[in-house]
Ligand binder design. Sequence first.
Ligand SMILES: Cc1cc2nc3c(=O)[nH]c(=O)nc-3n(C[C@H](O)[C@H](O)[C@H](O)COP(=O)(O)OP(=O)(O)OC[C@H]3O[C@@H](n4cnc5c(N)ncnc54)[C@H](O)[C@@H]3O)c2cc1C
Length: 396
Amino acid sequence: MPTIQPIDILVVGAGPAGSRAAAAAAREGAAALLVDTKSRIGEQPHCGEYVPARLFAEANLDRSTAMQPVDYMETRVVGSRQPSLEVRSDSPGNDGCSKRTTEPDPTVKETLTVTTSSFPGFIIDRVRFDRDLARAAAAQGATVLCSTRLVRREHDAWILKSGKDEMTVTPRFVIAADGAASTVAALLGLAPPDYLRGVQAEVPLTRPLKGTLIFLDRDFVGGYGWLFPKGATANVGLGVAVAHDAHPGALLEELLGRLLQEGLISPGKLARSSGLIPVSGMRPELTRGNVILCGDAAGLTHPITGAGIPQAIFSGDLAGRYAVEALRKGNQQPLDEYGEEVRSWYGGVIGHAAAKRGVMMQLWRHEDFPRVCEETWIGFKGYKSRVSGGKRRSRG
Ligand SMILES: Cc1cc2nc3c(=O)[nH]c(=O)nc-3n(C[C@H](O)[C@H](O)[C@H](O)COP(=O)(O)OP(=O)(O)OC[C@H]3O[C@@H](n4cnc5c(N)ncnc54)[C@H](O)[C@@H]3O)c2cc1C
């Protein structure tokens, strides 16, 4: 185990949140240590790899990790049509929404509703994306250690493990950027959130696609399926609520079978991955003592879409900056300001999504599933309707 100089800030987790936090802290002159349990940072990403187009400019990121642009999101509500169920289509307004219906056949799953909305973004190479961010942190002067896991805490001491070796560090501040199943949050005694289990395969496409496809299917309880194109291949995946004991692997095979039959994809898989997506919304506590939570560890993932890369990046930036301010001031007051700033950025948009999720889960088994989707999925106009107590803000 290498000898570590005394450190100011320990950053746990070198995903987008942690690497940006460590870079921000080191840039301001703090001695920052960034650790990740992975042997190669960025490897085995569990991610659809979609980011909004504006992210590169807003976060000052190199565009070379973008594999392909996408313009739109086609949302398909999928199911077995009930004889009594009227087919719905999102009415085509002047915003590019389209309309299509299919012949009824109650024995097979079919598309009940389709709507298309503008969804400018990029499908990125997430391995390179995460590794580039960790390299940027190192370039700013942070010490980056792979194969190093936070295992426990003993009062002010945090115990890291690499292989059989243990190392104790006593940082002034700790940034929890260790993702959905945060060890730091568990060590602080914070309750785990509700999760979706996401499973995904990279598969060959039969033709290039310029947009993303979303599949809303009653069998994908509390979640949805996706196809995100990246040149000659696509990430096809789905998320289902862990609490509902679904079998995401089997559901993914079924989805892949339908896409194969439709002629969108070719047989074979280039990669498989799975991971947890926290969907309870922002944690009530974003800091505790000398610890700051950011990214997925802070519950900043969108409770309906599961997207969390932009929030991880921006909250990581803020966590690093406020930790340094706290170091300079010699007190923890800047940590409260961190919480307030994150809430002012994301409280509205995540709060609204969490409220919509509550409605969605309550109505999941409602006979008119397309109607439920129209009220709760971001591709439909009904998503914007207010749920009592829900507030909305920008920057999601
Ligand atoms: C299947 C799936 C698809 C997704 N698709 C998208 C998408 O298309 N677009 C989008 O915006 N978001 C997507 N997300 C969500 C997105 O991946 C996360 O929101 C994002 O990665 C959060 O970044 P983070 O830095 O907070 O955490 P992470 O990226 O999860 O990074 C946390 C890091 O902490 C490390 N770590 C964990 N515990 C420890 C420990 N004890 N000690 C040391 N290191 C530790 C992990 O190895 C990991 O590298 C998806 C998630 C899943 C599961």
